[in-house]
Design a protein around this ligand. Structure first.
Ligand SMILES: [Zn+2]
Length: 243
């Protein structure tokens, strides 16, 4: 069985819309046991996008009832009013620092604690910039060892390896992680702290002339050879409880 912890539904840039039907068909074709899905991060119009996400969630859960597990991407300002968003209907919360302005360490720590109080993991997008590098997020997690934090994309990779070696409650997902980098995580003994995730079907935006399904199959097959069962499905089953 394979579980994928990083799937998107909804609107993306350039007029793209990732529909529940597209995701359900992908899950069937690839024999995906379970997958965690959430919105794509865009800066504006959160409230209307959220209403639409709830509709997509309901549709996807009825198309793929055993496999589809929703997570909730929230803007940082919404963490203060978390109850409004019915967080217990979701298996994880997600924060995307790249689309937030003036996101202080204190605010990130608040988001981690909010997820911990709900007994669910917080997924945090990481990138190569200092503002949302895994070094910054990893440091904040040292003060907030309450629950699991998942560094989406695990960037920058070498620093992420060290963080995973030194902290029990931090994981990283493999969305857009080059397989050569995943091999380095494996060589460093921390592949068991990775969670397989793909960012499907965002390839439709970044590689418009290629077949996103075929790209997915190639990526998944390569990762399956590198990563242990912990990364391919066990961590997923341990961390994300279906609601
Ligand atoms: Zn993503």
């Amino acid at each position: 069985m394979i579980c994928d912890a990083h799937i998107h539904v909804g609107e993306f840039f350039g007029g793209l819309y990732f529909t529940p039907e597209e995701i359900a068909a992908w899950a069937r074709q690839n024999n995906i046991g379970k997958f965690l899905f959430f919105q794509t991060a865009r800066s504006g119009r959160y409230p209307s996008a959220y209403a639409r996400f709830l509709e997509d969630c309901a549709a996807l859960k009825s198309l793929a009832p055993k496999a589809a597990i929703p997570a909730l991407w929230l803007k940082i300002s919404a963490f203060k009013h978390i109850e409004k968003y019915r967080p217990r209907d979701f298996a994880a919360l997600k924060l995307h620092p790249q689309v937030e302005k003036n996101l202080t360490d204190t605010k990130i720590e608040f988001a981690i604690k909010t997820a911990a109080d709900l007994n669910m993991p917080l997924i945090v997008h990481t990138s190569f910039d200092e503002y949302c590098s895994c070094l910054r997020i990893g440091k904040i997690c040292e003060h907030a060892k309450h629950s699991a934090v998942i560094l989406a994309h695990g960037r920058p990779f070498a620093e992420c390896v060290k963080i995973l070696q030194n902290s029990e409650n931090i994981y990283a997902d493999t969305a857009y992680m080059p397989p050569e980098e995943a091999e380095k995580f494996a060589e460093s003994g921390v592949a068991g702290k990775l969670i397989f995730g793909s960012d499907f079907p965002i390839d439709r935006h970044f590689f418009p002339n290629e077949d996103a399904n075929l790209r997915y199959k190639n990526f998944m097959e390569r990762m399956r050879k590198i990563l242990p069962p912990a990364a391919m499905f066990e961590n997923f089953n341990k961390l994300f409880n279906p609601r």
